[in-house]
Design a binder for this molecule. Structure first.
Ligand SMILES: Nc1ncnc2c1ncn2[C@@H]1O[C@H](COP(=O)(O)OP(=O)(O)O)[C@@H](O)[C@H]1O
Ligand SMILES: Nc1ccn([C@H]2C[C@H](O)[C@@H](COP(=O)(O)OP(=O)(O)O)O2)c(=O)n1
Length: 225
């Protein structure tokens, strides 16, 4: 496979990370979790005691962020200045703050540049986030908005967190975060040319199959590939 970009956006808990990682594995593509980059940036700001409400200070921290992210779907490792933050960036303390970094315009612009470079270097890649189909890689051959009902997303996140979060905490981490993130990107409506994949009533395997089918379809129909 030469170059094929698969761009997937969607709200929290719709299945982006797990479905895209599995689909990338199936088709032999690289996998880029752009949300992990916003999370790692947030981890760094907190580690450096940066006041998240100070837009300039956050932008400066993101500019110097010593971030390394793997794009191997079988080995997801994210380090900040050689500290492995892969697990820590999923904690509730990061989920609760990440929107403050994601809505910082200068920080976004820096992270988007880094994402474009990672996508370019990978060549054949499934990249997921909130603005991949619309801003980061609008020319991607496969563009999908992965959705699921709020009920399904809350249920999935609850299970994923091992039942440790109250209903109220889950609402804050999923629905309230989506509301804040909406200020920075539109991931609730599909832009022109973006296909909607609603996973509410699909199993995980069915959702992966649907995405893999689209990738294989694009690979077959693009004479340049
Ligand atoms: N179609 C699906 N049906 C059931 N569970 C799913 C489905 N898609 C994803 N999941 C599960 O939901 C949880 C949240 O998915 P995740 O990939 O973290 O979502 P996102 O990256 O969009 O926030 C994971 O535990 C995942 O395995
Ligand atoms: N391309 C992206 C990816 C993520 N973000 C923001 C929005 C989210 O609150 C955070 C974390 O994203 P992530 O995909 O890890 O979120 P989930 O918990 O998987 O829903 O980053 C973004 O603004 N743009």
């Amino acid at each position: 496979m030469s170059r094929l970009i698969v761009a997937v956006d969607g709200p929290s808990g719709s299945g982006k990370s797990s479905v895209c990682r599995a689909a990338a594995r199936t088709v032999g593509a690289a996998y880029l979790d752009t949300g992990a980059m916003y999370r790692a940036a947030t981890w760094y700001c907190l580690d450096q005691n940066v006041d998240l409400s100070d837009e300039d200070a956050v932008a400066v921290a993101v500019e110097e962020l010593p971030l390394c992210i793997s794009t191997d779907p079988d080995h997801q490792v994210i380090t900040v200045d050689q500290t492995d933050v892969t697990a820590e960036i999923r904690e509730a303390r990061i989920s609760e703050k990440v929107s403050e970094v994601a809505t910082n315009r200068r920080a976004r612009s820096l992270l988007i540049d880094a994402q474009r470079k990672l996508i370019d270097d990978a060549g054949f890649v499934v990249a997921e986030g909130r603005d991949i189909t619309s801003v980061v890689a609008p020319d991607a051959q496969v563009r999908v908005l992965l959705t699921a009902s709020a009920e399904a997303r809350l249920r999935r996140r609850g299970l994923q967190m091992g039942g440790t979060q109250s209903e109220e905490d889950l609402k804050v981490q999923v629905l309230e975060r989506d509301r804040k993130d909406s200020a920075a990107s539109n991931f609730t409506e599909a832009a022109d040319g973006v296909a909607v994949l609603d996973s509410s009533d699909l199993t995980f395997e069915e959702t992966v199959e649907a995405l893999v089918g689209r990738i294989q379809g694009a690979a077959t129909h693009d004479p340049a590939l």
